[in-house]
Write a protein that binds this ligand. Structure first.
Ligand code: NAD
Length: 482
């Protein structure tokens, strides 16, 4: 598999079907994280640009909502067909802009995004609800599911196109119009997707505004013309978004950070569990909100299990994402690399780095795959989201201690339990305060299934029927029978 360099799109705003530069005064640059070199630059946007995009979306919404579910679905399926036929361009953009290893992007991430586009194109044709009936004597009542109006999407850099698609497609399918704000360091694939989608949509149905989060994202979250803000990003920004949205109030979906626990009991097949868990820890260089980061291992097998983890970490091929042999690409930016390195450097003296921990001597923003043991529950490496190719290890002596360690953080996005005892597996996942839990697996994601966290990982669901329903409002209609 050879890397084909894509055409880097011009980053501009799409407002009411027209491509226009942002009206801000700053120039923002987009870097290739694999080399540190500049890919392109663009003008920042202002709150006035956001006003224009929201006005365009609001004006286009009644016409889009008036189409039948079938008509909207047909337009979205046309996007799906064209996207699937041009997948290699999007693979190239995600490799260059987000540092995705070519093989993972080609075999997993981009085909999965194409599947998501296809799934959401049809999903709003089968909305469900409570049966009509005489819940009050003399009146037949039924519910109607309506679009909300204008949905604002604010996306992160770790899955730039994936996140944009999971917001744009279900929102449009349900009859909303959309304004999307990509992460300013990874706008390329979303801009290219909007250009593709625009050919199949009426003007104003899909709009895009590029720029800083504190300006564009903040203006969108609190905008009186927006009905729902769907945000994926850090917990700190999620708090700002929720506060801004509360002013109107706008509805909010918050898909925030995580630091997933991985509980390993003493009855697992050590080699196969270690291999699967390392794969789920290092996917996307660990910049994955559900990454299998936090090992919590039965003390009777901990040494053997950690040896197997180290063996697997040593098999990783760190390198240029455009090389098909690379299995571990760079972190997204110098800032992200610094942040992760500081967490490692500030580890307690009682801890041990069993593998990695260093920045390799090469351009770009790379970090060796790392495993750190000997940590306590209140250490930053346990309490904070690391968001890099770093795993931590703690041990437990019984089931209740394992659950307490797993639940003993503020986050609540994802976690897994590894055991051959299915009753124990069920007991433990039932006790976990996490929105996505797996037994003998980790990172099971599909557009058919709802994703969403608890606690500091946010609220609301993306994906599945619940994820479509988030982009609708329910109206109760009662008809007198007299
Ligand atoms: P971030 O919060 O820094 O930025 C996310 C987006 O918010 C960007 O578009 C940014 O420009 C914008 N933004 C920044 N400040 C803002 C403000 N004050 N108001 C409005 N918008 C603002 O997050 P990031 O660093 O880009 O992404 C990584 C984070 O995303 C991690 O914490 C990760 O766990 C999380 N994430 C969560 C999920 C999930 O499904 N729960 C999925 C992917 C990523």
């Amino acid at each position: 598999m050879a890397f084909t360099a894509p055409t880097v799109p011009t980053v501009a705003n799409l407002i009411d079907g027209q491509w226009v530069d942002g009206s801000g005064t700053d120039t923002l640059t987009v870097l290739n994280p694999g080399t540190g070199q500049v890919l392109t630059s663009f003008r920042s946007s202002t709150a006035e640009d956001v006003d224009r995009a929201v006005a365009a979306a609001r004006a286009a919404q009644p016409g889009w909502a008036a189409l039948s579910a079938r008509q909207r679905s047909e337009a979205l399926h046309a996007i799906s067909v064209e996207f699937a036929s041009r997948l290699s361009e999007f693979i190239g953009l995600e490799v260059l802009d987000a540092g995705k290893p070519l093989t993972a992007a080609t075999e997993e991430e981009l085909p999965d995004i194409a599947d998501s586009v296809r799934h959401f194109a049809g999903a709003a044709r089968v909305l469900s609800g409570q049966a009509a009936g005489e819940y009050v004597a003399g009146t037949t009542t039924f519910i109607r599911r309506e679009p909300l109006g204008v949905v604002a999407g604010v996306t992160p850099w770790n899955y730039p196109l994936w996140q944009a698609v999971w917001k744009i497609m279900p929102s449009l399918a349900a009859g909303n119009t959309v304004v999307i704000k990509p992460a300013e360091i990874t706008p390329l694939s979303t801009v290219a997707f909007a250009a593709l989608a625009q050919q199949h949509l009426p003007a104003g149905v899909l709009n895009i505004v590029n720029g800083q989060g504190s300006v564009v994202g903040a203006a969108l979250a609190g905008h009186p013309g927006v009905d729902l803000v769907s945000f994926t990003g850090s917990t700190a920004t999620g708090r700002n978004i929720a506060a801004a949205a509360a002013q109107n109030p706008n509805r909010a979906i918050l898909e925030l950070g995580g630091n997933a626990p991985v509980i390993v009991f003493d009855d697992v097949d050590i080699d196969s569990a270690a291999e699967s868990i390392v794969g789920a820890a290092l996917y996307n260089a660990g910049q994955e909100c559900m990454a299998a980061t936090r090992l919590i291992i039965a003390d009777t097998v901990a040494d053997r299990f950690l040896e197997a983890v180290v063996d697997n970490l040593k098999k990783v091929t760190l390198g240029d994402p455009t090389d098909e042999h690379t299995t571990l690409g760079p972190l997204i930016s110098a800032e992200q690399l610094d942040r992760v390195e500081k967490l490692i450097a500030n580890r307690p003296t009682s801890s041990t780095v069993l593998c990695g921990g260093n920045r390799p001597d090469r351009p770009g923003f790379y970090l060796e795959p790392t495993l750190i043991s000997g940590l306590s529950q209140d250490d930053d490496l346990i309490q904070q989201e690391i968001f890099g190719p770093v795993m931590t290890a703690q041990t437990f002596s019984d089931e209740s201690e394992a659950v307490a360690l797993a639940n003993g953080v503020d986050f609540g996005l994802a976690g897994s339990v590894w055991t051959r005892d299915i009753g124990r597996g069920m007991r433990v996942v039932n006790a976990l305060n996490y929105g996505n839990v797996w037994i003998n697996n980790h990172l099971v994601v599909a557009p058919d299934l709802p994703i969403g966290g608890f606690n500091s990982s946010g609220y609301g669901k993306e994906g599945g029927q619940l994820g479509i329903e988030e982009f609708t409002r329910v109206k109760q209609i009662g008809i007198s029978l007299t």
